[in-house]
Every structure is written in structure tokens, then in C-alpha cells.
Design a protein around this ligand. Structure first.
Ligand code: ADP
Ligand code: MG
Length: 725
């Protein structure tokens, strides 16, 4: 009996305390790092590796040498630089052989974060001044170790192996070294021996990726860089692949359920399109075609419509709504549409546009927001809408009397029940979680509605396919022809005055202006919010007292409550203010056609795709519009980036440029999409994403229940493995 127990091999699912006895402090630290079992431990990948050849002591330094030094903080002082008023931190880092002076300019917080006696690792290039050698703004990290003792042999410096030692993200009580020891122990206890790989071998072979067991060894006990890269690639693929399996399975499940079959009415469709004051673009017609094709089938549609700001997605949505309401349910009742907008203002705007589009079609439209409800047409005045009570509107929606209901989040509340909900449109859906989207789709009636999700966020195709893998994709890649291009200009400090005079002319012509304050990169969230607020307030103050005293300046920032934001936007829309100083919160969906100038301060600090989104807030009516990129960074690479914005009018193109130049992180925060940074990196590789999707599709096609793939099944059922919600 006893023997059996000691013989029992550890499994990947075994708890970490079976590997090693844990002190309460260890346990707490591991919990903080979300490490419970061996799998969590193995998937706590090294944040990076230190090449032992680069680790130096503080002796024998030479000017210009790149060094990494392990030591202890000493004589930490925070002071102001003697010329300017720039705060700076200065200290010595002491190691066994001596010390080196370190200086961080403009970073007083370093002194607070790393007080005397903190063990740190600093990396930088050796510089020299009258006081001797020092490191200027070196990278600094806390570390639990004096120097990397767990490099098995520091003496192996000349051998061709084990130069790389993994450095793990640490927390109080759990050092990088401790994590390394735990991992090593687990491996020694045979955890990897019976480990099976959930990913079919053929797929890995096709991509030349290592199997799970090898990949784990390569990533934690690297022999050389090539192997760690292969391992990271495997784990990135793995994440994308599991995500795809899950999404394809879900997609398949949805396909079994039934939706309303929408018959086409070519003649009425044509007439409806003709009732608009413009000619649709080819891209719009193509999108309509794809959607109507989907709708004509029994199986529910799930489609993402991506199109640049102003490409006319609302028109596409309206035409599809028209098709829906021309059809009837089997019981002869009307079919209904729910149109969900991200803000109250946008919901109201859509409501008003839809009244215009549909006023001759004899249908009922409802507006449902937390602020109040409306219905079109009014009984007494059939050209207008009227306020009604929420209870009344809900009753009519349930009885199937309202054809199109437009609203905000309110639309997905339990109290909202539809008679025959056939079509759901979600505008700017990335602001809604996947979960909310599902809640809407899983409606009360036994049939489930078709779903059209629209977004202007220019995300590259690979990313879209990954995060919205359960949807089909249509892209509107063409803008209406007669639209005047927005004049975009890079404005150096010296030209500021001149541009302000031009803006004054626009303001005098009754146009309105947005001023977006620079992005703030600050780790500490609270500090960041404080600084954002300060910059917005200061800029507003400066503009209203020094630059444009004759105009009204208002502010909008993310610290405001949603209700306050709505009020400020409404005032701007009603022209109660002329200039809106804001953070990048104005980026999404807002439509103030009268605004003709977008000023972006510190433009070089934004991603291109985001700048493009901001630019899209103007040029929404017939007025010639301008986008001014204010910057004091005349560096070549930021100038080059800004020039590509001046030249390109295409958000997707800019998103791709951003992705290639600065990494996908600038486009979209991985966490926002539920993906690790590693997977976000892998998204850059279209082939990998395509294969993950294709292979996942194939597997689900042939074995929907994953009966032949029990490991995959358990992984996709484990909600933690795919953090989509
Ligand atoms: P978005 O894709 O940003 O939602 P909208 O649907 O709001 O764009 O369209 C922006 C403006 O362009 C609206 O005023 C709309 O009426 C107009 N519009 C849409 N399609 C066309 C077209 N083909 N030609 C001219 N104007 C159009
Ligand atoms: Mg829109």
C-alpha cells in the first residue's frame, strides 16, 4: 500500500503542494499568481531569459558596455535636476564586487518603488560623467535573488549550452528562483512522462511545432534561443487553436437551431434603396447581398460587418431591416428587429434616422433607453414620434406590435420580451461582451434571431477571425464617393499659432472643434487617471482663457459617469459648446456632423488605427473638415508613422501598418480580447491563424462532440483555458 502511494506519479492536474511543502507565504504568493496545480505552474511562462554572458559584476566596466547587474539599492535619493525642475531618482546598486551609480531622469517614482535595500536587477548601457561610470535610466526590476544562482553553472560561460536562464514574474513570497525550483522538481517527479498532447500530431507536424512535452522543456529549460522561440510559437498556436475549437463548436451548435427564413423581395428592395438620397457603393451592395443570402436560410446568421467610420453601415442595416419587416412569421404575426447602440445618444440618433428611412412604409419603431421611451408614429401626429411609458412599450414589443426596437443595453434586460424577434443588430459591438451578445441571441421564442454585428474598429483580418471566430466576416472596404477627404496635417510647435487662427475661422463659421489630449502611459492606474484628468482640465483652461476666449469650451473624460458624459455630448450636439476637450473617449461612434476640426495633441503617442478613428469624428457632413496632428516629436520614425496617416484614408491599412511596426498591443489590448500577449503576437502570422481555424473547423465538422478528442473536449469546457468572457 505504502509503496503504491510513493510510486504514484504526479499528474499535470496535481496540486502544487504535492510537489513541495508550501509555507503559508508561498501558498499566498502562488494564489496571487493564479497557480494552483502543476499545469498552472507550467503555464506560468518565463517573462524573459537572462543570457548569463550579459550578466556582469560592477568591476571591469567599460563605457558603452551593455550590462545586467544584480544588486541591492543603496543611498536612494529623489531630487530635482539642477538646471531644470525635472524630478529624478539617484542611487547606488551594490553587488559583491562593488557598486554602480544609477540615475532615472523624470522618474521620481522609481525611488519610491525601490527603496534602500531592495534587491534589484538593473540593465543598461554604461555611461561616464565627471563622477565616474553610471547607468542612465536603466531598466529595473525587483528580484528575489542576489544574482542568478540557479544558473547551474556560471562557469559554463564558454560552453555552448545553457546560456539562458528563465526569469519568472514574481510576487511577494514567491521568487523567480522558487518557481524555477518547483518546475524542475515536478519534471523530476515524472509529470511529463505520461503527458499527452491535446493537439493532434499531424497538425503540429504541418506547422513544424514541438509537442507539448518538448515545448514545456524548451520553454523552462532552454538550450538555445531557437528552441524557446519554437516553444513560444507552439503555445501561441495552442491558445488560438483552443479558442477556435471552442468557437467552431459553438457555431455548429447554433447552426442546429432554427431561425426565421427571410424571403427576398427584389422589387421592393430596389424601391427602398431608391428612396435614399444617394447611390450605394459597390461594397454596400455586396454586404447587403451577403447578409440577405444568409437570412434566406433556416440556420441563424452570425455575421460581423466591419467598415470604416462613415462607410455607411447604418444604410446596410436599414436595408436588411426592411427585408425583415416585409416578411411574416408562420403565425402571420410581424417579425421584429432589435437594434442595439453603445450609447443613449447614438440610440436616439439611429431612432431619428430610422424614422426618416421608414416613414413611408407604415411600420412602428420604438426607442428604449434607461432615460425614457418613444414610439413612432404618434397616434395624433403620424409624422412624429411620441413619448410613451416603458411599460406600454414593453407590452407592445411583447405583443409583437413594434417592428423595430432601437435601444442601449436596456434591450438585453430580462424584462424585454419580444413576440417574434428575427434580427438583432449590434452597433460597435466590441463594447459589448461576448456574454451580452449571447444573451441577446438566446431569445425567449423558440427560434433564434439572426445576428448582425457592426464595427468600425479597424482590426486586421487575422485578429477578427480569431476573436470573432464564431462569426462570418464582411468588410466594407470602400467609402462613398462624393465625400470630401479630411485634410490631415502634421503640426509642429512652430505652426501652432497659425493653425489656431484657422480654427478660429471655422469656429466663426459656426463649426465645432474637438481637441483630444495626449495618451498617458502610466503603470499606476490611479495616477494615470489623475494625470489624464489634469491634462484635460489644463488644456480646456488654456484654450478658453488664452486662445479662444470668445468661444465655449467643455470637457469630456473617462472619469466621468456615463450620464455626465452623455450630457456633455448632448450639449455639444445641441451646439451649446463650441470646443470639446477630451480624452480618446470620443473615439467611438459619436456623430456630430457639424464638427469640422479634430485637433490631436501629442499625436505621436497614439496608435495609427486610433488616430484614424479619432479623425473619423469629423468629415461627417458636407463641410470640408480638418485633422491636425500636433506633435513635438520630430523623430524620424514617429514622423513616418504620422505621414502614413496623412496619406492613407483606410483604417484597415493603418491597422496593418501599426501591427507590423509596433506590435498588435497598440491596436488592442490583448486582455480586452481575452488573449495573452503571446497569442496577440502570433496573430501577426496569417498562416498560423488560418491553419488554426481550418483545422478546428475540420475537427468539429467530423466530430462535433469531440468524442474522439477527450483532451480537447476537457480543455474547451474548462472556462479558464479560453478567457473569452
Ligand atoms: P458608419 O459606417 O460610420 O455607421 P453611417 O452609416 O453613419 O456610417 O453613414 C455616414 C453618413 O454617410 C450618413 O449620413 C449616411 O447617410 C451617408 N451615406 C451612407 N452611404 C452613402 C453612400 N453610398 N453615398 C453617400 N452617402 C452615404
Ligand atoms: Mg455607425
Amino acid at each position: 500500500m505504502l509503496n503504491k502511494i510513493t510510486d504514484k506519479k504526479l499528474q499535470i492536474t496535481s496540486l502544487v503542494n504535492e510537489v513541495n511543502r508550501l509555507s503559508p507565504q508561498h501558498a499566498l504568493g502562488l494564489q496571487k499568481l493564479n497557480i494552483e496545480n502543476i499545469k498552472d505552474l507550467f503555464y506560468h511562462f518565463p517573462a524573459r531569459y537572462v543570457d548569463v554572458r550579459e550578466i556582469s559584476g560592477t568591476v571591469n566596466l567599460t563605457k558603452g558596455q551593455a550590462v545586467t547587474i544584480y544588486g541591492i539599492m543603496d543611498k536612494v535619493t529623489i531630487k530635482r535636476s539642477f538646471r531644470g525642475h525635472m524630478p529624478m531618482t539617484e542611487c547606488n546598486v551594490i553587488d559583491n564586487s562593488g557598486k554602480i551609480r544609477c540615475i532615472w531622469f523624470n522618474q521620481a517614482y522609481i525611488g519610491k518603488m525601490y527603496p534602500n535595500e531592495t534587491r534589484v536587477r538593473v540593465s543598461g548601457v554604461v555611461q561616464e560623467d565627471s563622477r565616474g561610470f553610471f547607468l542612465s535610466n536603466p531598466q529595473i526590476e525587483k528580484t528575489g535573488i542576489d544574482h542568478p544562482e540557479h544558473i547551474d553553472s556560471l562557469f559554463a560561460k564558454n560552453a555552448d549550452v545553457e546560456f539562458l536562464t528563465p526569469i519568472y514574474r514574481e510576487t511577494k513570497g514567491v521568487s523567480s528562483l522558487f518557481l524555477y525550483t518547483l518546475i524542475k522538481k515536478s519534471v523530476n517527479k515524472g509529470v511529463l512522462e505520461n503527458l499527452e498532447d491535446p493537439i493532434p500530431k499531424e497538425i503540429l507536424e504541418k506547422l513544424h511545432l514541438p509537442q507539448l512535452k518538448e515545448a514545456l522543456l524548451y520553454i523552462h529549460f532552454p538550450k538555445n534561443e531557437k528552441l524557446t522561440v519554437a516553444a513560444r510559437k507552439r503555445f501561441a498556436f495552442e491558445e488560438i487553436f483552443y479558442l477556435q475549437i471552442k468557437q467552431q463548436a459553438e457555431r455548429k451548435k447554433v447552426k442546429h437551431s432554427k431561425s426565421y427564413k427571410i424571403n427576398k423581395n427584389p422589387k421592393e428592395l430596389k424601391d427602398f434603396i431608391k428612396s435614399f438620397p444617394f447611390k450605394p457603393t459597390e461594397a454596400q451592395l455586396n454586404a447587403i447581398d451577403q447578409i440577405l443570402n444568409d437570412l434566406s436560410k433556416q440556420e441563424p446568421m452570425g455575421r460581423l460587418l466591419e467598415g470604416d467610420v462613415g462607410s455607411g453601415k447604418t444604410f446596410v442595416a436599414a436595408v436588411c431591416c426592411h427585408e425583415i419587416i416585409k416578411n411574416k412569421a408562420d403565425n402571420g404575426q410581424i417579425l421584429q428587429v432589435a437594434y442595439m447602440a453603445p450609447t443613449e445618444i447614438l440610440a436616439k440618433q439611429h431612432f431619428e434616422s430610422f424614422i426618416k428611412f421608414f416613414k413611408n412604409t407604415n411600420i412602428e419603431i420604438g426607442l428604449l433607453t434607461s432615460k425614457g421611451c418613444k414610439k413612432f408614429p404618434s397616434k395624433t401626429n403620424t409624422d412624429n414620434s411620441t413619448d410613451i411609458s416603458r411599460t406600454q412599450l414593453l407590452k407592445w414589443i411583447k405583443e409583437g406590435k413594434i417592428n423595430i426596437v432601437i435601444g442601449t443595453h436596456s434591450l438585453i434586460q430580462k424584462s424585454v420580451e419580444f413576440g417574434n424577434l428575427a434580427f438583432v443588430i449590434i452597433d460597435e459591438q466590441h463594447r459589448f461582451g461576448v456574454k451580452q451578445r449571447k444573451e441577446l441571441v438566446h431569445n425567449k421564442s423558440e427560434k433564434i434571431p439572426h445576428l448582425l454585428s457592426m464595427t468600425a474598429t479597424p482590426i486586421p483580418r487575422t485578429l477578427a477571425l480569431t476573436i470573432f471566430g464564431d462569426l462570418d466576416l464582411t468588410v466594407i472596404d470602400e467609402m462613398p464617393k462624393e465625400r470630401k477627404p479630411i485634410i490631415t496635417e502634421i503640426v509642429p510647435v512652430t505652426k501652432r499659432k497659425e493653425i489656431y487662427e484657422h480654427i478660429r475661422k471655422e469656429l466663426k463659421n459656426k463649426r465645432q472643434v474637438y481637441v483630444v489630449c495626449p495618451r498617458i502611459d502610466e503603470q499606476d492606474e490611479e495616477e494615470k487617471q489623475k494625470r489624464i484628468l489634469k491634462s484635460v482640465k489644463e488644456e480646456a483652461e488654456r484654450l478658453s482663457s488664452d486662445v479662444f476666449p470668445e468661444f465655449i469650451v467643455d470637457v469630456l473624460h473617462s472619469k466621468m459617469k456615463p450620464k455626465e458624459k452623455e450630457e456633455v455630448m448632448q450639449d455639444f450636439l445641441d451646439k451649446k459648446s463650441d470646443i470639446l476637450v477630451a480624452t480618446s473617449v470620443v473615439e467611438v461612434g459619436i456623430n456630430v456632423p457639424n464638427a469640422s476640426v479634430m485637433v490631436i495633441e501629442g499625436a505621436d503617442r497614439f496608435g495609427l488605427a486610433q488616430l484614424h478613428q479619432l479623425r473619423g469624428r469629423v468629415g461627417r457632413a458636407e463641410h470640408q473638415s480638418y485633422c491636425y496632428l500636433f506633435t513635438d516629436n520630430m523623430g524620424e520614425s514617429s514622423q513616418r508613422r504620422l505621414i502614413s496617416l496623412v496619406k492613407s484614408k483606410n483604417g484597415f491599412e493603418l491597422a496593418e501598418i501599426d501591427m507590423l511596426n509596433r506590435g498588435i498591443g497598440t491596436l488592442a489590448d490583448g486582455k480586452q480580447w481575452g488573449m495573452s500577449d503571446m497569442a496577440m503576437e502570433a496573430i501577426k502570422n496569417p498562416k498560423l491563424v488560418e491553419i488554426a481555424r481550418e483545422e478546428a473547423k475540420k475537427i468539429i465538422e467530423k466530430d462535433e462532440e469531440l468524442k474522439m478528442y477527450p483532451l480537447l473536449k476537457s480543455i474547451t469546457e474548462d472556462k479558464d483555458s479560453v478567457h473569452m468572457e
